[in-house]
Design a protein around this ligand. Structure first.
Ligand code: ADP
Ligand code: ZN
Ligand code: ZN
Length: 725
């Protein structure tokens, strides 16, 4: 008789450790890669995902058996599993946490992969058939008859009836279960429509690849208002079969009901959305639709790229330059770059769209790695706005606004149009300063100053959650000459409201949108088209279509001009062009006024010409000279601890290790904000001409770091392709 060879499985758990766990497979059990299981872990049980099924069991260790499989099919189908394994390697993040990111929260917690569907009821019988004593049942039946399309159980209970009354009526066959009416706003007619493109749009559309051509990356450079969304819709309409899936990635803030409604108009209930504000039940439901291969067109933010598509035919990444595609902590992946890898694995096209492409994508287009498609005409009759630099060096300012800016706003409102004022800081003022002793209020936990929020009479740190009550007097010398310095959105809102008392002033920033819920509610006034002033942060710059805005005022453009971060000029120019792009999208030509103290700065001067690509060429040339990304691959090793010396010490050690394996490194240096929430942060920047080699060496560094016995307060993380340096 042959010796009994135990079968084992290697399982990933949702833990931030770079290792997998081995378990015995019970005789009756077969498992596939990507399947969800329950395993004993310590004294408890944990949800795991199968990574390998024929693993060599480690010797001399008694393994515990897998308890059960959560379902008979792999939660992560093969392509999704490969994508996540790649991301785990590329971003140097533990496989377990990467894999679990692709599960909806309910499945991470081990809940069953079934959707709780709320029954929906329709009346189908005559109340007269009920006996006289069934008064409430009669009333329920009558009530239900009045509900067009029927009602859900919850709604029925809210109306004052009970579950048992519902059951009784169902048993008597006076009501029956039905499907809820579709609420997606599409009709048979609109679903059969195809967007009509302008000649310029058609020319661009003709250059887009067909899904049958397999994997290609296209950079769609389409100026603001050129109708990129229209082009995506047309593309999906003409290239997607009824049974195909598609993914449209959007930056967080762009996911407004307005955008979704435009997709629903053409595709009805095929449209599903994915973003952080969804309820767990909604996430599970959408996840299941995708996993089951339903022909969903998913509009989603970053993490949507990790979902278990099984029949994906096309990926679109809108506003591909947007920094919200990069996760800033934990599993620091780029949704855009992961989308490109996914398209490669899946052998389908990916379209990156932007009016201000990232240096990375533009460089890839110039070198021929991506196909560049240009759309440089605005849709309809709209023209690009003119951009004027307004030097404010010796001008008196009122709440940050110069006289010419205020007159321009007045003129715009008098003409029945809308104005948008862009301020780069929320709150009232970035600094509270004492004009007697010079004291400025700082965050006790970070190396930053507190922002004054007048609406809440609070001083807040925008880098940690610290906040304290605002005072009228200097906390140090008690002087009354304690004043706000600089501009925040609240202050501009106040100044404008005082200047234009009869005109609604709408503030859009993280504070106002958090309070009022959806950004859409706030934007109702704007969408009505009547004169108003929009004041806001870069939330306003992203993707919105306000046809009646004809004037944009940038309160201060100088923030990014002299930053030490090499990406600052790129981000500045992108934000300024995006916010400028909100002007003149309708019939009337727009105007942009950029207030600055550096009107002779070359970057601003080229911005004023209004064309992005020449500026991008210039920025790329500087990157090449400095041998910076995209000309070289970059990764940052970040360390933090309770004292700066421990952070620097760890990075010093790693610097010599890096140099031993031939990686060039810069630093270590304290981070830009060296102390944040009382943690002292430092970083070591590593660069290489060879991305693959850098990746291999980073993996070795991670192994070393894992084996090191570090003090408990010292934490480290690797950030590959960092956006913040
Ligand atoms: P982008 O995303 O490129 O900034 P949008 O897709 O939001 O541009 O389009 C800008 C505006 O032009 C929208 O109001 C859109 O409805 C309109 N538009 C786009 N394409 C067309 C077209 N072919 N015909 C008519 N209107 C269009
Ligand atoms: Zn003082
Ligand atoms: Zn702080």
């Amino acid at each position: 008789m042959e010796p009994h060879v135990p079968r084992t499985a290697r399982i990933a758990l949702n833990r931030p450790i770079r290792r997998l766990f081995d378990y015995l497979l019970p005789d009756h059990m077969t498992l596939q890669r990507g399947q969800r299981v329950t395993v004993p872990f310590g004294r408890q049980s944990a949800t795991g995902l199968v990574v390998e099924t024929d693993a060599q069991p480690p010797e001399g260790i008694t393994l515990k058996p897998v308890r059960s499989a959560a379902e008979a099919w792999p939660a992560l189908p093969p392509e999704t599993f490969r994508l996540l394994s790649w991301a785990s390697d590329y971003y140097q993040h533990p496989l377990g946490e990467c894999l679990f990111t692709a599960l909806p929260p309910a499945l991470r917690r081990g809940r069953p992969a079934v959707e709780k569907v709320e029954p929906y009821w329709q009346a189908c019988g005559d109340p007269a058939l009920l006996p006289g004593n069934a008064k409430r049942q009669k009333e329920l039946l009558a009530w239900l008859k009045r509900q067009p399309g029927g009602a859900g159980s919850k709604q029925i209970v809210r109306a004052g009836f009970t579950q048992s009354q519902i059951r009784s009526l169902q048993e008597k066959e006076l009501i029956r279960e039905t499907t809820p009416p579709s609420t997606d706003g599409a009709t048979e007619e609109t679903r059969n429509r195809i967007p009509v493109l302008s000649p310029a749009q058609q020319e661009a559309a003709d250059q887009l690849p067909s899904p049958d051509d397999g994997f290609t990356t296209t950079l769609l450079f389409g100026i603001t208002g050129s109708g990129k969304t229209e082009l995506y819709l047309h593309y999906l309409k003409t290239h997607l079969d009824d049974n195909h899936q598609a993914l449209v990635l959007v930056p967080e803030i762009n996911l407004t009901p307005q955008t979704v409604a435009r997709f629903q108009y053409y595709f009805g209930s095929r449209i599903a959305v994915w973003h952080s504000a969804l309820k767990d039940s909604e996430r599970l439901s959408t996840w299941l639709r995708i996993r089951n291969g339903e022909p969903v067109i998913l509009i989603g933010t970053r993490s949507a790229v990790l979902l278990p598509f099984t029949n994906l035919k096309t990926i679109v990444v809108d506003e591909e330059h947007d920094s919200s595609y990069k996760q800033g902590e934990g599993f620091r992946y780029s949704g855009r770059d992961t989308a490109i890898y996914r398209a490669h694995l899946n052998n389908c096209p990916v379209i990156l769209g932007s009016a201000t492409p990232s240096m990375e994508s533009y460089h890839n287009a110039l070198t021929g790695k991506y196909t560049l498609v240009r759309l440089e005409e605005r849709a309809g009759n709209a023209k690009l706005p003119t951009i004027k630099l307004l030097d404010i060096r010796s001008r008196p300012l009122e709440g940050g606004l110069s006289r010419p800016a205020i007159s321009a706003i007045e003129k715009c409102l008098n003409a029945g149009q809308q104005a948008l004022v862009y301020v780069n800081r929320r709150g009232f003022a970035p600094i509270m300063m004492c004009f007697d002793c010079g004291h400025m209020v700082e965050c006790p936990r970070c190396d930053t100053r507190l922002t004054y929020h007048r609406r809440d009479r609070a001083m807040r740190c925008h880098h940690c959650d610290f906040q304290t009550a605002a005072t009228d007097h200097c906390p140090k010398c008690d002087s009354e000459a304690f004043k706000p310095v600089g501009q925040g959105t609240e202050r501009s809102e106040d100044v404008l409201a005082a200047q234009f008392p009869d005109i609604p002033v709408v503030r859009v920033d993280r504070d106002s949108t958090q309070r009022k819920g959806s950004i859409q509610g706030i934007l109702d006034t704007v969408n009505s088209g009547s004169p108003c002033i929009l004041v806001g942060t870069q939330m306003l710059a992203k993707g919105h279509d306000f046809p009646n805005v004809t004037l944009v005022v940038v309160v201060n453009a100088d923030g990014g001009l002299f930053s030490v971060d090499f990406r600052a000029p790129e981000q500045l120019i992108q934000t300024l062009l995006q916010v400028s792009g909100r002007a003149g999208r309708g019939e009337k030509t727009g105007e942009v006024l950029v207030q600055t103290c550096h009107s002779d700065h070359p970057l601003l001067r080229s911005l004023a010409v209004g064309y992005y690509l020449p500026v991008a060429d210039q920025l790329l040339a500087e990157r090449e000279t400095g041998q910076l990304p995209p000309y070289r691959a970059m990764a940052i090793l970040r360390a933090e601890s309770d004292v700066m010396s421990s952070s620097l010490k760890l990075l010093d050690d790693m610097k010599s290790k890096a140099s031993d394996c031939g990686i060039e490194s810069w630093g270590p240096l304290p981070a830009l904000i060296a102390r944040r929430a009382d943690r002292h942060r430092a970083q070591l920047i590593m660069v290489s001409n060879n991305r693959v080699r850098l990746n291999r060496q980073l993996a070795l560094l991670c192994q070393d770091l894992d084996l090191m016995r570090l003090p408990a307060d010292v934490k480290w993380a690797i950030d590959v392709d960092p956006l913040e340096t």
